[in-house]
Design a protein around this ligand. Structure first.
Ligand SMILES: C[S@@+](CC[C@H](N)C(=O)[O-])C[C@H]1O[C@@H](n2cnc3c(N)ncnc32)[C@H](O)[C@@H]1O
Length: 242
């Protein structure tokens, strides 16, 4: 059953490399996806060192986009099989979003963050960075694959209602159930770098010239990243955000 059209797969059959697949291009529901052995083409935008990606395994074809060369180099060290691109993720999304089965985007959060607003943002206001909503709107209206955009809890009422898990907001075209574990996000915020390394599973001891605290705090909890990837593959009855 197609989740968007509410019809059976045969109404949504499409042709890919001269073969017909029972895969709905509108909602992603699938009995027979055109990928090898269950692997997907995944686009991981604003990749950081790969907190969200940490537990995704090596069976997928993953392209990671990160603007900071030093951070991208660490990502590449941790995930040598991924294709790591040093580029502007926002432009990369626009140019390539049709080429992937699943897209994860983590646009920068400081201008939306509640913590920053209550810290010093009230006295020194800046415009909220609208690339967050540009990406949500683009994906919502143009993407036919599964996608999720992640950001922190905002200090204002979000323009589109997100799904909330731990300290993060998620906008997606699939329903994300609450995980059966308690997100560690609050602890990650309050922890020391050594504790953060243990919680995220990243050892940054051999790297210099980077802000380890910021990089580790930026990480989405790996277990949550895996939970969300799995949720994107679960066929759902109703569409939450279309
Ligand atoms: C919140 S972190 C991402 C965390 C990542 N999702 C994780 O779980 O580890 C955001 C990252 O985006 C990078 N970044 C910021 N602006 C960017 C841009 N325009 N293009 C690519 N990367 C960018 C930053 O250097 C930072 O590493």
């Amino acid at each position: 059953m197609c989740n968007v059209l509410g019809k059976f797969y045969k109404r949504c059959l499409f042709k890919y490399r001269n073969k017909r697949y029972k895969y709905c291009v509108r909602c992603g529901s699938s009995k027979d996806k055109p990928t090898k052995g269950g692997s997907m083409r995944i686009l991981n935008l604003y990749a950081g060192i790969g907190g969200n990606r940490k537990l995704w395994g090596d069976e997928h074809e993953i392209t990671a986009v990160e603007r900071e060369p030093k951070i991208a180099a660490i990502y590449q060290d941790f995930f040598p099989k991924d294709k790591t691109v040093v580029a502007d993720a926002h432009q990369y999304l626009l140019d390539h979003f049709k080429e992937f089965d699943f897209i994860w985007s983590s646009p920068p959060c400081p201008t939306h963050s509640r913590a920053r607003f209550w810290g010093y943002g009230k006295k020194n206001p800046v415009y909220p960075d609208m690339i967050l909503y540009q990406e949500i709107i683009l994906l919502k209206h143009h993407a036919e694959n599964k996608w999720v955009v992640e950001n922190v809890n905002a200090y204002y009422e979000p323009l589109y209602p997100p799904q909330k898990l731990g300290r993060h907001y998620y906008w997606s075209n699939f329903a994300i159930g609450q995980p059966n574990f308690k997100p560690k996000a609050k602890m990650i915020k309050e922890a020391t770098n050594t504790e953060r390394q243990e919680m995220t599973g990243f050892n940054l001891d051999k790297y210099n010239g980077i802000n380890k605290m910021v990089i580790l705090r930026n990480c989405v909890e790996p277990e949550l990243g895996l939970h969300i990837l799995k949720e994107s593959q679960r066929d759902i009855q109703g569409e939450l955000f279309r």
